[in-house]
Design a binder for this molecule. Structure first.
Ligand code: IVH
Length: 666
């Protein structure tokens, strides 16, 4: 052992470094090191802890996903109740509240307020003892909540140890657990791939994920946390809520960006309007704003009812709802045969956009809503771009809309497992499925054939040119010239894109094949494991089951997929046509800048040239010295050279140093 630098101290130093970088990355959105460097630190810590398990502590960054699955959550009593908020729905309500509290304070002077966006998630209380996170609970009924400690630990922006030198005996931080809109969409897409029911809105997704019995699943859901209040904090004396936020920031907690201290109620109402108008620009759903009296002394004077503080009020934004008519329910067949209903509506304006379609999720949902064609319906947007029907406003129809018995595309009989909400067409030659499979195969995240959109797929199908994926690679210039609006240049470009796609790594091909339940992540794992398509095809059930991340449903689906002789013939044909079926040894294609070419010009202010080049490389991109049509981005610093002009004339994407940093934000 190194006497000068004992293992325990090495571990402690690494933990501190990682905590610092977690805070920079997850709370401040301002990473100081690359993913690669971060992973290096993390692996170093993991290795030292593995070799010296006696030094593993519960608050180590390596211990985020450590709990085992539970059958029930323990009930816990909150030290101080978690209250709710009084709601208001108009500026008049807020002004009236201001008048009421002014009377209690008995002072004619303006009260100082703090206004925070109201995050649409669920409340949680985090308990730290001697600076370490020890337990956490949901709000529950306000008095008692559920112990979700292990699940909260998986949320990356919750510190497991406070960034404080002196020890706080007890510190209870309260805030909202939520999911970003982008992550919500992604989660729902993944659930559809897994043929599991989607979440109706981000709040349900956050609640469902936090209340998962298995922390491993919570860890996969990208939950986040933002502070809004506190329970007990020993020995801390603060004068106002804005100081509390400053304190939280210092000790490593994530704080909302759009919080404003307002000197008077006019500033409050202005800021409320601003938040309302900008709600769509938030990365997470906000359903209103919370106005709080900033001074703790005044809060104490104003006091509480037994349900909520009188010194705070929630201003709820008007619901993003509209009433319209359900014109028809169309049945869509997905690439794996799942049949989903889609509502066509009389076009209606909803928060600035014209809406003419809505999701109905599945046939159980139609039954639950008791909705049918001709009814007036209320639609709502909640986190998703496509709105959903939330209820019937006026029943105009008679009878029920029944799930189909036959596939709307191929007319074959439809199947549904008893415990499943989805109806499936299982005909492997169903044209609608094949159409969706083709669209998936050529899509950006799969074989990435630029210019091969839905319109091209539809026309080629009509021309009878596509019967298997392999047919894509047999298309000729003359075939493409038959397509609408295709002239020589466009046809050649598409031929080139088809040709280029032959080089896609194996993981993209596996994903493109559209094997049921195999998303991009599983495709990458399988490609890494088997390195070429033949090994993958020949893999036995045991081979597949031995891969940690690949569960029995996926294994069965892979085995079923390769049982089909036509599939195997098609893959052989792909090989003969020159499609790559190998995963490159050191695959960087999953990195955010993969296949992107950068040019640097001018002086950067926070990075040296070398730093910038290394960053680009470590994120999978490459740099060249001159600008050409193949350049994807040019990063422009102070006093740029002639490359800048050339990039402008070629229409190349121009990035400032800040924009570049944003691009590589993990
Ligand atoms: S303050 C005593 N601030 O809204 C009040 N709550 O409707 C403590 N919420 O249970 C909460 N954003 O879950 C506060 N900026 C914010 C909030 C917020 C969301 C939730 C919280 C609370 C619920 C009340």
């Amino acid at each position: 052992m190194n006497k000068e630098y004992p293992i325990e101290k090495q571990i402690e130093d690494l933990k501190q470094q990682i905590r610092h970088h977690d805070y920079q990355y997850y709370c401040l959105d301002n990473p100081e090191i690359s993913d690669f460097e971060y992973d290096k630190l993390f692996k170093q810590l993991q290795k030292l802890e593995e070799e010296n398990p006696m030094f593993i502590t519960a608050d180590s960054p390596t211990q985020r996903v450590s709990g085992s699955a539970l059958s029930t959550f323990k009930q816990v009593k909150h030290t101080t109740p978690m209250l709710s908020l009084d709601n208001s729905y108009s500026m008049e309500d807020v002004l009236a509240w201001n008048e009421r509290i002014k009377k209690i304070v008995d002072n004619n002077e303006d009260i100082e307020f703090i206004v925070e966006p109201k995050i649409d998630g669920l409340s949680a209380s985090l308990t730290y003892i001697n600076n370490s996170f020890v337990s956490g609970a949901t709000r529950g009924n306000g008095k008692y909540g559920e112990d979700v400690t292990e699940n909260l630990k998986t949320i990356k922006n919750i510190p497991l140890k406070l960034l404080l030198n002196n020890k706080l005996v007890l510190c209870e931080i309260r805030g909202e657990v939520y999911i970003n809109k982008k992550d919500f969409q992604q989660l729902n897409e993944n659930l559809v791939d897994l043929e599991q029911p989607k979440f109706a809105n981000p709040r349900n997704a956050a609640a469902g994920s936090l209340r998962q019995k298995n922390p491993q699943i919570t860890a996969q859901r990208k939950l986040s946390f933002l502070v809004h209040s506190f329970g007990q904090i020993s020995g801390l004396e603060l004068n106002n809520h804005s100081d509390f936020f400053k304190f939280c920031s210092q000790i490593g907690f994530p704080i909302q960006k759009d919080i404003k201290v307002c000197k008077n109620i006019k500033e409050v109402t202005n800021f409320l309007m601003y938040l309302q108008e900008n709600r769509d620009n938030f990365p997470y759903e906000i359903d209103g704003a919370v106005v709080k009296v900033n001074s703790y002394k005044l809060q104490k004077i104003i006091g509480y009812t037994n349900k909520s503080p009188k010194w705070a009020i929630a201003y709820k934004f008007p619901a993003r709802q509209a009433t319209t008519k359900l014109l028809s329910i169309e049945l869509q067949v997905g690439r794996t045969g799942v049949i989903t209903p889609k509502a066509t509506l009389t076009p209606v304006a909803l928060s600035g956009v014209i809406i003419s379609n809505a999701t109905l999720h599945n046939f159980d949902e139609i039954e639950r809503l008791n909705v049918n064609v001709g009814d007036d319906v209320i639609i709502e947007r909640a986190g998703e771009v496509i709105p959903k029907i939330i209820k019937v406003a006026k029943k105009n129809s008679k009878g029920f809309f029944l799930p189909p018995l036959n596939c709307p595309s191929c007319n074959s009989k439809i199947f549904k497992e008893d415990d499943d909400v989805y109806y499936n067409c299982i005909n492997p030659s169903c044209p609608a499925q094949f159409r969706r499979k083709l669209i998936h195969f050529v899509s950006r995240d799969a074989m990435n054939i630029d210019g091969f959109g839905e319109v091209v797929v539809d026309q080629l199908l009509k021309l009878n040119k596509l019967h298997t994926f392999a047919d894509i690679y047999k298309l000729t210039f003359d075939d493409l010239m038959l397509l609408d609006l295709f002239k020589e240049k466009k046809a050649n470009n598409l031929l080139q894109a088809i040709f280029d796609s032959k080089k896609q790594p194996l993981n993209k091909l596996i994903f493109a094949l559209g094997i049921r339940h195999i998303g991009e992540k599983s495709a990458q794992i399988l490609a890494d494991k088997f390195s070429n398509i033949d090994n993958f095809i020949l893999a036995t059930k045991d081979d597949l089951l031995s891969i940690n991340e690949i569960g029995p449903i996926l294994v069965q689906s892979i085995l079923d997929f390769f049982k089909n002789k036509e599939t195997l013939n098609m893959i052989e044909e792909l090989k003969i046509l020159g499609i790559n079926t190998i995963e490159p040894q050191k695959d960087t294609s999953f990195l955010p800048l993969a296949n992107k070419t950068f040019v640097l010009t001018g002086e950067l202010s926070t990075l040296t040239r070398q730093d910038a080049q290394n960053l680009i490389l470590s994120f999978g991109g490459k740099t060249t010295s001159s600008v050409s049509k193949k350049t994807d981005y040019i990063i422009v610093g102070e006093n740029p050279g002639s490359k800048y002009q050339k990039a402008i004339s070629l229409g190349i994407k121009i990035l400032t140093e800040e924009e570049f940093k944003k691009l590589i934000n993990r």
